[in-house]
Write a protein that binds this ligand. Structure first.
Ligand code: PLP
Length: 394
């Protein structure tokens, strides 16, 4: 008889988004026709840029001709896209070779799959509050999880200490949910810590495109020593509106080795075994993101979200509410006023201000008392929400 993976029984039920949906539906039933300002969404609202759309159309046309038809693509990514991504890194002064770039169907898939590279006895450090997939993927694999709480006292950017000792270290910067961003020196201390202890950093750079300050690293590979201790996981989801189109990429440096085994070679072996590559059409669309035209156009969309962030930040400043994020990140993480807890504040905003956000307690216990706003909504709703929030008192 087949034995199920019993670790699934150790997963905590994810009530967060289901409970939000339930409360919102109940409110709408009781108040039909009331427009809710949805500041909770983690999905983009603007369409793909024209350069991507043109490339997708052309790729569809390729598939209609005998001469240009494409079948299976190389498992680790088609050379034109691996090259375009590596060239993008090199243009920023980061030395990444084409065959260190692996094309994926998105960061979520990769965050789960990459765990195949590590022994199940390895422990995983999760800085809390955190994107829930880090914990869940490791619970499924039966790993020991080390939870490192962060808080307002360290700006939600903890330093590596003895409490952070683990084999795998998850670092997400710019962070979801807190919007906090590691500066160069802070991140360097994590790189040095990982090298000193033989740990491996899984660096989630899904929001790097929102970084505006020159001194904040976009990629962990910018830092000396990262190539011997880090894997970087990236996504075009928020960078270029690919949440529904699906494309990501992962950088596995060739110097990254433990016990004589190369993680780059292992990942090639893993991909050639477990995938048959990402769709040719989508890869063509993704390559357009890395052209000068594509880069200019995605910046216009990113500008829109960054301006939403500025509008919300001004409102929270006016209300005297403490927050982090918003700058260099598409999320704002605020302290609920009057010491109320995250769900009380959710109910208050929904009932009194018709604003929907995300309770911080859904991202781990040290998120209690905090609240997340996303900047991916429409300009009109963001402005209206801002004017209602500005009346609060922090
Ligand atoms: N990592 C973080 C921190 C995220 O917030 C998300 C999505 O919201 C992802 C990864 C997943 O991105 P993708 O759409 O590429 O799967």
């Amino acid at each position: 008889m087949i034995t199920p993976n019993k670790n699934y029984a150790n997963l905590k039920d994810s009530y967060l988004f289901a409970r939000i949906a339930q409360k919102v539906a109940a409110y709408q039933d009781a108040h039909p026709g009331v427009h809710l300002l949805r500041m909770g969404i983690g999905d983009v609202s603007l369409p793909l840029c024209p350069a991507v759309i043109d490339a997708l159309h052309e790729a569809v046309n390729d598939q209609a001709t005998k001469e240009r038809f494409e079948g299976y693509q190389p498992e680790c990514g088609t050379p034109f896209l691996r090259h375009a991504i590596a060239a993008h890194y090199r243009a920023r002064g980061v030395d990444v070779a084409d065959d260190e770039v692996f094309v994926s169907s998105g960061a979520s898939d990769e965050l789960g799959d990459i765990l195949d590279l590590f022994d199940r006895s390895s422990s995983a450090l999760v800085i809390e509050p955190a994107y829930p997939a880090y914990v869940d993927a490791n619970v499924i694999a039966g790993r020991t999880i080390v939870h490192l709480p962060s808080g307002r006292e360290n700006g939600f950017l903890p330093e590596p200490t003895e409490d952070a000792l683990a084999d795998l270290l998850y670092i997400c910067s710019p962070n979801n949910p807190t919007g906090a961003v590691f500066g160069r020196d802070q991140l360097q201390r994590w790189v040095d810590f990982a090298n000193e202890h033989g740990s491996l950093i899984l660096f989630d750079a899904a929001y790097e495109a929102f970084i505006e300050d020159d001194e904040v690293p976009h990629s962990i590979m910018e830092l000396p020593g990262a190539r011997t201790c880090a894997i970087e996981i990236c996504s075009l989801s928020k960078t270029a509106g690919f949440t529904g189109t699906r494309l990501g990429y992962t950088v596995v440096p060739k110097e990254l080795e433990r016990e004589g085994m190369s993680f780059n070679s292992m990942w090639v072996r893993n991909r050639t075994t477990k995938t048959n590559g990402v769709s040719y059409i989508i890869q063509r669309g993704a390559a357009a993101v890395f052209t000068p035209e594509g880069q200019r156009q995605i910046q216009e969309n990113l500008r829109y979200y960054k301006d939403n962030a500025r509008i919300l930040m001004e409102a929270l400043d006016a209300a005297g509410i403490w927050y982090c994020g918003g700058k260099n990140a598409p999320y704002l993480w605020l302290k609920c006023p009057d010491g109320v807890d995250s769900w009380e504040f959710f109910d208050y905003l929904l009932q009194q201000k018709q604003i929907v956000g995300t309770p911080g307690s859904g991202f781990g216990s040290c998120g209690e008392g905090y609240f997340r706003f996303s900047t991916f909504g429409s300009r009109e709703d963001t402005k209206e929400a801002a004017s209602r929030l500005a009346q609060l008192r922090g």
